[in-house]
Design a protein around this ligand. Structure first.
Ligand code: HEC
Length: 158
């Protein structure tokens, strides 16, 4: 997608600056088991505000999977009954956590008592391990609120 172009420049800058120059600020993501694709890292670094217009353009297309969902697909299928590393995300919106009978959840998820609505998905996708301590979803989270919303809107359609 063409919105990657400006970010590509950022990534290059970040890459070159690593050794010598000042900051790559704090990057807590680096400790995470599964790294978000570069696109996300770039946005999370310095560009939150600068990225806003691009975001607005991207939100226009909602029906198709948003770019941020690519990282979910590594572990999740959207077809019902098809589990991967994680459970199928078909019909997950509005469902109780741990509802896929053919999938073996962590006890933490199974017993979380959560129902997946806007609020619970928003906080879970921001920081899975913080929302459900002990979850086996090894994913750092999506720190960008607009991207989280895109993913949540997409989950509603499944
Ligand atoms: C590294 C693999 C991995 C990635 C990447 C990943 N997940 Fe998961 N996900 C899991 C696993 C494993 C579980 C089951 C967690 C448990 O049982 O504790 C899970 C559980 C979930 C659940 C709860 C499902 C239910 O049936 O209760 C949701 C919702 C979810 N993931 C959404 C997402 C979204 C959206 C993304 C992308 C932003 C994502 N996941 C990225 C592995 C992953």
């Amino acid at each position: 997608m063409r919105k990657l172009a400006p970010f590509a420049a950022l990534i290059l800058l970040a890459g070159c600056g690593q050794g010598a120059e000042e900051p790559a600020a704090d990057t807590p993501e680096t400790a995470a088991p599964v790294e978000a694709p570069m696109e996300d890292a770039a946005v999370e670094a310095p560009a939150d505000d600068a990225a806003a217009p691009v975001e607005a353009a991207a939100t226009a297309a909602v029906a198709a999977a948003p770019a941020a969902f690519a990282q979910c697909k590594v572990c999740h299928a959207v077809e019902a009954g098809k589990n991967g590393v994680g459970p199928s995300l078909a019909a997950v919106f509005g469902a109780k956590a741990g509802h896929v009978e053919t999938y073996t959840y962590s006890p933490a998820m199974k017993n979380s008592g959560l129902t997946w609505d806007e609020a619970t998905l928003n906080s879970y996708l921001e920081g899975p391990m913080a929302k459900v301590p002990g979850t086996k979803m090894a994913f750092a989270g999506i720190k960008d609120a607009a991207k989280r919303q895109e993913v949540i809107d997409y989950l509603k359609t499944l």
